[in-house]
Write a protein that binds this ligand. Sequence first.
Ligand SMILES: C[S@@+](CC[C@H](N)C(=O)[O-])C[C@H]1O[C@@H](n2cnc3c(N)ncnc32)[C@H](O)[C@@H]1O
Length: 301
Amino acid sequence: MEKSKTTEPLNDFLERVAFQKLKKMLFENVGLNCDGYRDEYLKRRFDVRLKATGSQTYGRYAMYLKKNPAEYQLFLNDLTINYTMFMRDMEVYLYLEKKLLPKLFASNPVRIWSAGCATGEEPYSLAILVHKILGDTAVNHQVSIFATDIDKDALAKAAKGEYQKKQLSGLSDMMIDKYFTKEGEKYRVRDFVRSIIRFDQHDLMKEPLRKSLDLILCRNVMIYFAKESQQLIHMNFYNALREDGYFITGKAEMLSGEPSRKFVSIDIRNRVYQKTKQANAAVQVGIIQPTVQSQLAFKRA
Ligand SMILES: C[S@@+](CC[C@H](N)C(=O)[O-])C[C@H]1O[C@@H](n2cnc3c(N)ncnc32)[C@H](O)[C@@H]1O
């Protein structure tokens, strides 16, 4: 039989098989759908744990996982990079404060989803803005912020709402005094801020927990996901929004495929998009091109 000219070295083949096996083990043991993540990203995260466990190869790491099931959680902790901060990308929060939230507060109730909220800084920043804008009239408004993440440990920290002073660098001293209480070395989010937030564990690869939302923020999360998964998740967001609802991505993130045709970009710099029926219909029948549509919507906003 003729031998293939490009025969893969045996070790590479075994590693490729072991990589697929690791993905399967993670799905079967902790329900993680690895196919949603970019392979290069997963490999980088596996390599960190390979070093930490002295495993050297994916095959050995699979054996290590079998003998040490606690390693699953350590891998998950490593997979989900929780870096975040209060008022991350201040320009986006200024846009929210000056333009978007006041517009949303014209209706009542208002439902916001912070998807991939890590240790809570994003939903708490939003809740602080809600109180800053509404002031004493906050009692007349029903505002709910749903905050979700796949990472249980990060969520537990978020629900606690306790931070070190250095973690509050995005907030002014006045804000810290008003919205936090100092308890020893820690700063704790005041109850009236926390009371409008609900934390839940949720994997973005699954159906959204809520519908008819007014605003969804999913920032700095998609970088880990393969393009097809990003499109699927963005379409889930589209369907979870009410008509005319808004969606904000991270500054380094882009929409592609179907979501890029369905959503209207209303502020390119701050990555703010809107679900609008008329514009969508106009694009579908070819009256306007998506780019023109974006400019029209931008003028409207
Ligand atoms: C870098 S943090 C972003 C936090 C915040 N949105 C921000 O912009 O500062 C990314 C978060 O995405 C979460 N994440 C990763 N994969 C996820 C998934 N499949 N479902 C839900 N959250 C996920 C991680 O656990 C992590 O907390």
